[in-house]
Design a protein around this ligand. Structure first.
Ligand code: ADP
Length: 245
């Protein structure tokens, strides 16, 4: 069979009551790939992340993480996922290292193995020299990088980030998108939810999600065509003009 598998999403659907938030969503993210999940507000990105992290349980379809089915083997699947949610969840009055040590403990790492995992993760985000600073003293971009480092401590094969650059300045956004592209190059399967086309590089995979449906899935360069990614995305997701009455 195949070697290491990434993320496989097959025919996933989800409803909030009558409202269909995801409708027959299917796509894969292979190891080593940066996949942008690109969709306007309300597209269903957060709902998909909730399913991928088992905050909610899927009604339809299957999700497989590194070969483990989320419904049948949820613990094995979740152990291979690192996630960075939109809302920061750091203790501001602890140092970076203490925050990460706490999280390492949740994954059963302590002592020397925790220290090694923490140093490695911080180095991956260029944060090694910040380890002993209080989180409160860090700027927004460094706090975000620390949250990404935290998501890597248990060495996941899939990294999920939900609008990871919200509220950051241009330089911080650039640093973070560059770091995460580097993580993909080192072998992670990355799913990066965004509505900002400038966070996407030409070799990236782009899945366009709109009103709960996948409108396209392929390399950014192909989607961009001659008109550019921004225009292509706008054309695909334009709302119909409201009829004057
Ligand atoms: P995105 O993250 O892309 O902005 P969401 O997944 O938050 O999209 O939302 C997808 C759709 O589901 C939207 O129409 C939204 O209004 C609806 N929705 C999201 N959360 C809930 C909820 N808890 N109850 C009802 N509808 C919801």
């Amino acid at each position: 069979g195949r070697g290491m598998k990434g993320l496989e999403i097959n025919h996933v659907g989800f409803r909030y009551g009558e409202r269909k938030a995801l409708d027959d969503v299917s796509f894969n993210v292979e190891p080593g790939r940066f996949c942008a999940l690109l969709g306007p507000n309300g597209a269903g990105k957060s709902t998909l992340f909730a399913l991928l992290t088992r905050l909610v349980v899927a009604g339809e379809g299957t999700i497989s993480v590194a070969g483990f089915d989320m419904a049948r083997l949820p613990r094995a699947a979740l152990a291979r996922i690192g996630v960075v949610f939109q809302q920061p969840t750091l203790d501001l009055d602890m140092t970076v290292r203490r925050n990460l040590r706490y999280f390492a403990g949740l994954h059963g790492l302590s002592g020397r193995s925790a220290a090694i995992a923490i140093d490695r993760a911080l180095a991956q985000l260029g944060m090694a020299e910040r380890a002993d600073e209080l989180v409160r003293a860090l700027n927004g971009g460094h706090r975000r990088r620390m949250e990404i480092a935290r998501a890597l401590i248990h060495q996941p094969q899939i990294l999920l980030l939900d609008e990871a650059t919200v509220g950051l300045d241009a330089a911080s956004r650039q640093a973070i998108t560059d770091h995460v592209h580097g993580l993909a190059q080192s072998g992670l399967a990355v799913l990066w939810a965004t509505h900002l086309v400038d966070e996407i590089a030409r070799p990236d995979q782009v899945v366009v999600l709109h009103r709960g449906r996948v409108l396209s899935d392929g390399p950014a360069a192909a989607l961009a065509g001659d008109t550019g990614l921004a225009n292509a995305f706008l054309a695909m997701t334009a709302e119909p003009q409201e009829a004057a009455s």
